[in-house]
Design a protein around this ligand. Structure first.
Ligand code: CAA
Length: 291
């Protein structure tokens, strides 16, 4: 509970629903005041970190300060031992309509290259705890890339995914060409990136970009429910499982299998591995202690 303060957060606490309530109040955590996001803990045990992008008028365009706040909130959840998974969502109309075009309009190459523009977004992809994107409405450009930095994507049935940067005279710059291609394959990724055309939630599901589709009003609840399931398990072992799967994106098959074997063997040095197997043998529910 140390993380939570303030009216907006109280509003978020203890509820699974209310995904689209317009929240104008600032959310705060113990150390941080947030302007563009709402932050809270969700789930019956309040073990799911919850970040709602809250720049609704700009369709959650991902300005620099918003992404800094997301990083800060992720840092807090990473350091909170009670949190076992994190959900990131937007509004009913837009998960996020991309990087902030108004902020980018007058940027120079020197500023982008010198300042390593957008590199700090990678904080989402390097989060150790599992992150679930609950996507309604537009997930375009950087919005689609933000969703793809998460570990699991749930989509509302009206969600739309796209990489329309080509229409602005640029290309995806936060991993879109790489993660989209790995998720949906070369042909569809090329088509989306070269034409700027969007795909529906149903096409995203068929192509493997998202794992589940729900009616728009349910997708946040379902993402939280998934987070609760994940949070029930050992956080230590969960982190190893996530590391192993992420290895598949960066390593050869042989290297990936070696990493997996190493991590699998490592689970045998933990109390939670022993507890999990003993609980099975003794026909009881495991009680993981993250040790
Ligand atoms: N950046 C800044 N502002 C944005 C924005 C963005 N990416 N997307 C929407 N907005 C703003 C609009 O400018 C508008 O603001 P005003 O009311 O002040 O004019 C407000 O949000 C509402 O937008 P629209 O009036 O355009 O809403 P719509 O319902 O008619 O259209 C939309 C919705 C199709 C999503 C349209 O807003 C759109 O095409 N947005 C841009 C999508 C895009 O090109 N994204 C890629 C950005 S580049 C990028 O992300 C690079 C990268 O790889 C990281």
């Amino acid at each position: 509970m140390a993380l939570m303060r303030g009216v907006a957060v109280a509003w978020l606490l203890g509820s699974r629903g209310l995904p689209f309530a317009a929240a104008t109040a600032r959310a705060s955590t113990a150390g941080a005041q947030y302007q563009h996001i709402l932050v809270g803990k969700k789930g019956e045990k309040e073990n799911v970190g919850f970040i709602q992008l809250n720049r609704t008028k700009a369709l959650n365009a991902l300005c620099d300060s918003l992404m800094k706040e997301v990083s800060q909130a992720l840092d807090e959840f990473e350091n909170d031992p009670a949190i076992g998974a994190i959900v990131i969502t937007g509004s009913e109309k837009a998960f996020a309509a991309g990087a902030d075009i108004k902020e980018m309009e007058n940027k120079t190459f020197q500023e982008c290259y010198g300042g390593n523009f957008l590199s700090q977004w990678n904080r989402v992809a390097t989060t150790k705890k599992p992150v679930i994107a609950a996507v309604n409405g537009y997930a375009l450009g950087g919005g689609c890339e933000l969703a793809m930095m998460c570990d699991i994507i749930y989509a509302g049935d009206k969600a739309q995914f796209g990489q329309p940067e080509i229409l602005l005279g640029t290309i995806p710059g936060a991993g879109g060409t790489q993660r989209l291609t790995k998720a949906v394959g070369k042909s569809l990724a090329m088509e989306m990136v070269l034409t700027g055309d969007r795909i529906s939630a149903q096409e995203a599901k068929a192509s493997g970009l998202v794992s589940k589709i729900y009616p728009a009003a349910q997708v946040v609840d379902e993402a939280i429910r998934c987070g609760e399931k994940i949070a029930f398990n050992s956080k230590l072992i969960t982190a190893m499982a996530k590391e192993a799967i992420n290895g598949a994106f960066e390593l050869t098959l042989a290297e990936g299998n070696r990493l997996e074997k190493h991590l699998f063997h490592s689970t045998f040095s933990t109390s939670d591995r022993k507890e999990g197997m003993s609980a099975f043998v003794e026909k009881r529910k495991a009680n993981f202690t993250d040790q």
